[in-house]
Design a protein around this ligand. Structure first.
Ligand SMILES: Nc1ncnc2c1ncn2[C@@H]1O[C@H](COP(=O)(O)OP(=O)(O)OP(=O)(O)O)[C@@H](O)[C@H]1O
Ligand SMILES: [Mg+2]
Length: 218
């Protein structure tokens, strides 16, 4: 790639819970780059993503964002990065139930100061359900709403844990295209955990978590 700008770098990450999950993992994410992480259920994909996005401190290793070791920052600095620069799309999405889709987006608008992007809602095909309550949305619509909510704050790094898990192939493809377009336009980067090879290999790089290590497949 030309003129690479490093966004996030992980060096020598090891982690175990009751048993070792992975050892000495290193990887780097550049601006406009998408990286897929695949592997069997229980191999540690979500755990690795939680470490990369600062929510879990690894037993060993360092994570740098903007050349700063995130686990050495003050609580305040770390919170600021999480709030402003990291966009975390969880495997289980935490929308506020009891509020409408629009109200959920308005909370993000309030926190980020960015307006609700109507074009984005159209691209994600949720513009017509925006006044419905969260409980009245399908699983896939809730998933796309949580993506819209995260993109609204214009993060520099997106961490997405199986964001297409509830979607049919066509809708999944459209969602991933929205994420690709976003990172190109905003000079951001994307880590995505997925079980779908088609989605994974549409990314710039693909790593498989297997046998305590990351094997690069693309
Ligand atoms: N907080 C925790 N405490 C103890 N063990 C945990 C914790 N979080 C995850 N694990 C264990 O670590 C292993 C990896 O879990 P992880 O969620 O990272 O897997 P995964 O690859 O994301 O799986 P899936 O594809 O099913 O989402 C599992 O055996 C899980 O039980
Ligand atoms: Mg997982």
């Amino acid at each position: 790639m030309h003129n690479e700008t490093l966004l996030l770098e992980a060096k020598g990450i090891s982690h175990d819970f009751d048993y070792p999950l992975f050892k000495d993992i290193s990887l780097a994410l550049q601006e406009k780059e998408s990286i897929a992480i695949i592997g069997v259920s229980g191999s540690g994909k979500s755990t690795l993503l939680n470490i990369l996005c600062s929510l879990l401190t690894p037993n060993k290793g360092l994570v740098y964002y903007n050349n700063k070791n995130i686990f050495q920052l003050s609580h305040k600095e770390l919170l600021q990065i999480r709030r402003e620069s990291f966009g975390i799309i969880f495997q289980a999405h935490y929308l506020f139930r009891g509020f409408s889709a629009l109200e959920n987006l308005e909370i993000s608008k309030f926190l980020s100061g960015n307006d609700i992007d109507k074009k984005l809602l159209q691209q994600l095909k949720i513009d017509h359900v925006i006044n419905q309550g969260i409980g009245e949305l399908s699983g896939g619509q809730q998933q796309r709403l949580s993506v819209a909510r995260v993109l609204m704050k214009k993060p520099k790094v997106i961490f997405a844990d199986e964001p297409t898990g509830n979607l049919d192939t066509a809708t999944a493809q459209e969602l991933i295209e929205v994420l690709f377009t976003y990172i190109k336009e905003q000079n951001a980067g994307l880590f995505i955990v997925t079980h779908e090879d088609e989605i994974a290999f549409a990314c710039d790089k693909v790593y498989k978590l297997d046998n305590y290590t990351l094997e690069q497949l693309k």
